[in-house]
Design a protein around this ligand. Structure first.
Ligand code: DAK
Length: 268
């Protein structure tokens, strides 16, 4: 494992995310270090815009979403919503931004270290492959501040870790450590803290060498398992599976295997 750097300088003080590309991997780093990457509406808007831009960019196959070593994100910005009435929250319609993020078609690898709490945990759960450092602390502590998870936490966490653990985490506000999160199926892999970013990037590059259409379809199909009844999900999977046989990548991938060489995928 190599240790890649997390150092990237923002161009302006307003840049709440840092963006770069590394070959066919698009990288987004959350950038509010003073408040542990608390997710304010402006950051979420910048994030949604950048994910959409990467989705439209044919040269990008996989996206990495990273926090800092201390915090992936410690939740929605509490100061930003502390004095909001129910009506004000409703009028802000922040769920529209979350929905935009959820619609990202390309696979997202999350590089998680330290705190992934509340909205931070919910954002992490919108990612597809989650690489967590052994120092990760993951939870939905909204109960401590008089509310409950609002961006999918009660649903996605429960589907990931099961009712008993989800109830424990959501009703007591306690944090899961990395080993618990891995055992519960909430994260994909746990790695030493100093490698969390480089490993996420390495895995993103590994994925980016696969056929890009197959990657997108496979992501779409796995997500169906969460969102539909089994019979409907199986039907969906079947349609996408057939559709892949109309791509050049399928021909190239299977021929390369038969010819004992590496495939050269073109995303066509
Ligand atoms: N919001 C704003 N500031 C935060 C923050 C947060 N969520 N988390 C940390 N900070 C700030 C702290 O206030 C502190 O700022 P200064 O005092 O230095 O100005 C700085 O980050 C460093 O934090 P600490 O000094 O507290 O650091 P510690 O290491 O002592 O503690 C901690 C770390 C993560 C345990 C602690 O900061 C903490 O408990 N933070 C709050 C965690 C939390 O409750 N998270 C859930 C927030 S509610 C929605 C979608 C989603 C949501 C809501 C709506 N819609 C679409 C409408 C989600 C809601 C939430 O996430």
């Amino acid at each position: 494992m190599t240790t890649a750097t997390l150092e990237t300088k923002p161009m302006t003080a307003e840049q709440l995310i840092l963006v770069e590309t590394d070959g066919s991997v698009g990288i987004i780093k959350l950038n509010r270090p003073k408040v542990l990457n608390a997710l304010n509406p402006e950051l979420m808007t910048q994030l949604a815009e950048q994910l959409e831009a990467f989705d439209k960019d044919d040269s990008i196959y996989v996206i990495v979403l990273a926090g800092s070593e201390r915090a992936f994100a410690a939740g929605a910005d509490i100061g930003d919503m502390a004095e909001c009435s129910s009506l004000e929250m409703y009028k802000r319609d922040q769920f529209a931004t979350w929905d935009r993020i959820k619609r990202t078609k390309k696979p997202i690898v999350a590089a998680v270290s330290g705190y992934a709490l509340g909205g931070g945990c919910e954002l992490m759960m919108l990612c597809d492959v989650i690489i967590a450092s052994d120092t990760s602390q993951i939870g939905q502590p909204e109960i401590n501040i008089g509310v409950m998870p609002g961006a999918g936490g009660t649903q996605r966490l429960t589907r990931a870790v099961g009712k008993a653990t989800a109830m424990d985490v959501i009703l007591t506000g306690r944090f899961l450590n990395a080993a618990e999160a891995l055992a519960g199926g909430l994260v994909s892999r746990v790695v030493p803290r100093e490698h969390f970013y480089s490993e996420a990037l390495r895995i993103a590059h590994e994925m980016a060498r696969k056929g890009p259409i197959a990657l997108r379809f496979a992501k779409e199909s796995v997500l169906k398992a969460h969102e539909t009844a089994l019979s409907e999900g199986l039907e969906y999977e079947r349609k996408l599976f057939y559709a892949l046989f109309s791509t050049e990548d399928q021909k190239e991938g299977m021929r390369a295997f038969m010819e004992k060489r590496k495939p050269d995928f073109k995303g066509k």
